[in-house]
Ligand binder design. Structure first.
Ligand code: PSU
Ligand code: MN
Length: 305
């Protein structure tokens, strides 16, 4: 048995990687457990189209038929979007899904693992997982953070939702040596909102600077990845007071229903969408497109270094 018995890279992506061309990884949990069907189908195709328009090759990941898939065809994308019997796969679940042939949507952590195995260094998503509110009692800290500490992939996101404790998330990332770079911002973005109140130490004015920092990090042998916080475009941003009220209600509901473990993030996402009457969903789409664009530009700049 070797890695290639488990890893299935679409030919176009394999060719691009062999030629040193920019490739951008995309996750599938955002499709299967973060967005409703059938709206997610249009999203899945559009986000890939944006990556192509920027001159990179998109590589959506999933676990299907005992393989780590890098690049999904239309049918596979549809399977992830319909999300019937599609689990949520973080690091601890990977071997189980591979060995048993179950279909799994990849989280940030698992997308980083697969990207790294394939040789992809850049990955665009909506928001990362992090330290949950109340983690001092529950110890609920997303495996995404350990992956960022250990696996060499740069994750471009709109920060994280304030369903998390963003302050503790930043502390955790600092402890584990993960750079958090603002892209034209002084603050960690809070997903739907451009600001969170948490200052970042680094405000990169352009994508080339991010690419150069990543190359330098890996050149000197520092392990792990980085978080790039790219704020939602102004015209789609939501009011922080309004969103925080909604999120507080969703978190209270999750506590009342004793939701925990891997179910909590999808539960909160679904409740926020219901409570905002879908307006948050429009913002979610736009911020993810914006991240795909920025990530592709970073990957293109990196390929030229
Ligand atoms: N946050 C979002 N949308 C998402 C997720 C997080 O705003 O879709 C997904 C991502 O796939 C992320 C995962 O990696 O949830 C984190 O789950 P957990 O907290 O169980 O590690
Ligand atoms: Mn968790």
């Amino acid at each position: 048995m070797n890695l290639h018995d488990y890893l299935s890279v679409a030919p176009e992506i394999a060719d691009a990687l062999a030629a040193g061309k920019p490739v951008v990884a995309l996750e599938s949990t955002i499709l299967s457990h973060g967005m409703p069907y059938p709206e997610n189908v249009e999203f899945a195709h559009k986000v890939e189209k944006i990556v192509r328009e920027e001159g990179a090759i998109p590589a959506t990941t999933a676990i299907i038929g005992g393989k780590l898939k890098v690049g999904l065809n239309d049918e596979e994308l549809l399977t992830m979007c319909k999300a019937e019997n599609v689990g949520k796969v973080s690091r601890r679940d990977v071997a189980v899904y591979l060995a048993t042939g179950q279909t799994g949507a990849t989280t940030v952590a698992t997308t980083m693992i697969i990207a790294s195995l394939a040789g992809i260094r850049f990955f665009a998503t909506g928001g990362i997982g992090g330290v949950h509110r109340g983690a001092e009692r529950t110890m609920d800290i997303s495996a995404d953070l350990q992956e960022l500490a250990n696996t060499p992939v740069c994750v471009v996101c709109a920060g994280a939702k304030s369903i998390l404790d963003l302050g503790l998330t930043l502390e955790y990332l600092e402890t584990y040596g993960v750079p958090v770079l603002g892209l034209r911002t002084d603050e960690l973005p809070a997903f739907y909102c451009r600001t969170s109140g948490y200052k970042l130490d680094y405000n990169c004015q352009d994508e080339e600077t991010v690419a150069k920092i990543m190359k330098t990090k890996w050149d000197v042998g520092l392990k792990g990845g980085a978080v790039v916080g790219n704020p939602i475009p102004e015209q789609y941003a939501m009011d922080p007071d309004y969103m925080n009220k909604i999120i507080d209600q969703a978190v209270a509901q999750a506590n009342a229903e004793h939701i925990h473990g891997k179910a909590i993030t999808p539960f909160l996402l679904a409740h926020i969408k219901d409570m905002t009457g879908g307006s948050s969903f429009a913002a979610n789409l736009e911020l993810a497109y914006n991240n795909a664009r920025a990530c592709s530009r970073i990957a293109c700049a990196y390929a030229k270094l």
